[in-house]
Design a protein around this ligand. Structure first.
Ligand SMILES: NC(=O)CCC(=O)C(=O)O
Length: 335
């Protein structure tokens, strides 16, 4: 019987792979599969259809914790503090814990070269241990990474065994000039990454961006086309753009793509040279703010429901309605 199921469903999946937005057919395929008294996931996910694994519906709810961490001048204290917050979140039932941008170092061009380290290195070893000790997926915010003579703003992700399962280098560097308010040029010290990065969880696929990346809707759309149900943006907006755009952008990306969006900021430190806005936030695929921190150190929680993502995508099927004859988005980044 399994061979028959496989023969019936495999061609459908192959066709789906060629159609943009095809992950919306996954539930249909799962239903077809269930008619044959099995689940789509049981069909050789590691075999011939492994490249399509992300198409299969995972229907597990996920408890997410966003750690709005106080980050100071001492790298070792930052790492210890992060580990204790991961433990606190795990004790409260979190299965996926996310830290903020620049979680082992103050944010700023003078700090990046001083705090930068290779990956793997001391910071990622501490993150790996925190993930394994607490048996959680850990999205370790970002750290300044050194590779050769280049520096990157890099996010690493660990599974509950502490294995590094994803690495993402910020693609859009924060270079802005708002006269009299804020001028910042990350490109003075950092180089941009050139690839998207996702990782699998029982809830579904998760995509990563870092801070300024959230301003680029095309990137979020590509993640959606790859099958993401959650986008995580460790970020450190500031006191000018934070109140104006932080929540607006998170809600925009969530509504555009009908998925959960989380932004994770460091806690505000009024004495720092760059003052972070705080307000780590989780937005639902309907565009509603589900949970939001103030500006002090705080861990916020939310339970994510994959069915809500699928329901909203069925109800308002914008992904299937795109006029790709009028416009299109090309995914040219490396996998
Ligand atoms: N660290 C960043 O990328 C800051 C981005 C930001 O503040 C913005 O307005 O965008």
């Amino acid at each position: 019987m399994k061979v028959l199921q496989y023969l019936l469903i495999k061609p459908l999946l192959t066709v789906c792979e060629l159609i943009p937005g095809s992950h919306f057919f996954v539930d249909d395929l799962t239903v077809i599969s269930q008619l044959f008294e099995t689940k789509a996931e049981s069909l050789e996910p590691q075999g011939a259809i492994a490249p399509l694994q992300h198409l299969f519906s995972a229907h597990a709810e996920l408890r997410l914790a966003l750690v709005q961490l106080s980050v100071g001048a001492s790298k070792s204290e930052n790492l210890l503090r992060a580990a204790s917050k991961v433990a606190e979140a795990a004790k409260s039932g979190a299965q996926l814990v996310a830290l903020p941008e620049c979680c082992n170092s103050p944010y700023g061009n003078t700090f990046f070269p001083e705090y930068a380290e290779p990956i793997p290195g001391p910071s990622t070893e501490a993150f790996s241990k925190a993930a394994a000790d607490n048996c959680v997926f850990l999205v370790a915010g970002s750290i300044p990474e050194r590779e050769g003579d280049k520096l990157y703003n890099t996010c690493t992700v660990f599974d509950p065994k502490g294995t590094l399962i994803a690495k993402y280098r910020k693609s859009h560097l924060f270079d802005i000039d708002v006269p009299g308010k804020i001028t910042f040029q990350e490109s003075k010290t950092l180089s941009p990454g050139n690839a998207l990065s996702t990782f699998e969880t029982p809830f579904g696929l998760v995509g990563i961006g870092i801070c300024y990346d959230i301003r680029f809707p095309e990137m979020a759309q590509l993640y959606t086309r790859r099958g993401c149900r959650l986008l995580l943006y460790p970020g450190a907006f500031n006191m000018t753009t934070g109140p104006a755009h932080w929540e607006l952008l998170a809600r925009g990306r969530a509504v555009d793509n009908q998925l959960y969006v989380a932004t994770i900021s460091p806690a505000r430190d009024e004495t720092a040279s760059y003052i972070a806005w705080g307000h780590s936030t989780l937005v639902s695929p309907w565009g509603e703010v589900v949970s939001k921190a103030e500006h002090a150190e705080q861990v916020i929680y939310a339970d994510l429901d994959p069915q809500l993502v699928e329901d909203i995508r069925q109800q308002i099927p914008v992904s299937r309605q795109k006029r790709t004859d009028m416009y299109d988005l090309k995914d040219v980044s490396s996998l």
